[in-house]
Every structure is written in C-alpha cells, then in structure tokens.
Design a protein around this ligand. Sequence first.
Ligand SMILES: O=C(O)c1ccccc1NCC(=O)[C@H](O)[C@H](O)COP(=O)(O)O
Length: 218
Amino acid sequence: MKPEIKICGLKTPDAVERAVARGASHVGFIFFPKSPRNISPEDAAELADRVRGQVKIVAVTVDAGDEELDDIVSLLRPDILQLHGHESPERILHLKALYGLPVMKAFSVREAGDLDRVDPFIGVADRFLFDAKAPAGSELPGGNGVSFDWSLMASLDESVEYMLSGGLNKDNVASALSSTRARGLDISSGVESAPGVKDLGMIDAFFDAVNSSRRQSA
Ligand SMILES: O=C(O)c1ccccc1NCC(=O)[C@H](O)[C@H](O)COP(=O)(O)O
C-alpha cells in the first residue's frame, strides 16, 4: 500500500506546491511561536488555498486554547487537527465536538513504556503519530530532526494505525518503511536546508527515496 506522506512545517508557496506535486497526502502548518516553522493562520490559509482539495491540510498545535484554535480553524479550515502537546482524551473529545474535525494525537517516544500512554486515546483520537522525544534543551516538542528506536513500535496494539515521524530523511526512509507497519510518514527537518527553510531538492530526494523503496519491496 502506498504510504501516506505528510510534509510538515511549510511556509512558502513553492514548497507547498512541490510537496503536493510529488505526491504528499498531507501538508502541515505549525502554530507554535517558538518554532522556526511557526506561521500565522492567515498566511497558512493563503498557502493552503493553493492546494486545497488535493491534499489534507493539517493544523499542528501544542496545548492550544479554544480561542487560538477558533482562529486557526476559521481561517485555515484544516482537514485535521494535529495535537502535539499534552492534550487529554477529554480535551480531544471536546475539540472534536466543537469543530467536527478529525484529531491526530502525537505521542513522543523514547522507551517502550512511552507507548503505554496510547491506550486511553484509542477510540478517541482518529489518528496517531509517533515522534521522537525532544532532546534535552530543545524547546520544541516536534521538528527536532531526531529519530527514536523504531523497533519499539512492534509492541503497539496492531489495531492502531499510525504515522511515524522524527528524524526521517532520504537515507533512512526505506528502513522506516520496512521495519515498521507505519501507514504514513511525517517529515520536516529532513527536507530542510536550515531550521524552517524547506529545500525543493530535498523534497524531491525524499519522494524519490520513498518511491525507490516501494519498488524494491514490490
Ligand atoms: O516542527 C516543529 O517545529 C514543531 C513544533 C512544535 C510542535 C510540533 C512540531 N512539528 C510536528 C511535526 O509533525 C514534525 O513533522 C515532526 O515532529 C517531525 O519533525 P522532524 O523530526 O523535524 O522531521
């Protein structure tokens, strides 16, 4: 099955259009002021309008309040809310009822026990994303360009369909696909020439690597 690919942290028209032209299934916009990928809801909406309907638009937030989310949802009109903070199952149910949008809950992973936190979210979150825990000193809960031990994913309940993220790039994507049962891959730093700066050549190289790994496993 063709993996879903989410290119995250987009800020420019050329990168959004290249991601979609190369076959991204999702494009992500980051609403987190400390991130080099932070974007305003207005600017994100302008970018999203170029590709709306061709790809799922994902709004990435971190423990955002209702007021901030109201702005993001009304301006960007995302297809999915990605919650990358400490949101509880109750908070997710509240947001789903409020906006009628599917929620992708992100979990950070370093050791096997980190996957135990997933259980209360099964049947609550619509999608799951597993990312590496932030390295010491990082102020970002995601987008750190670091991977975790993907073999840990083998212990996850098989009913949980997920996206894998954290430190993916053209050189390790084949291994990510062959060593996990990830339904999708989510990448940010691995297609950047500097934090927050997407590189069209690196986007191309990433999709080339995905396609070549699929041909080899066919
Ligand atoms: O990317 C960010 O700056 C970010 C900031 C705050 C919360 C989440 C963030 N990113 C979320 C993502 O979905 C990233 O694509 C994911 O963490 C993978 O990033 P990377 O390791 O750089 O590929």
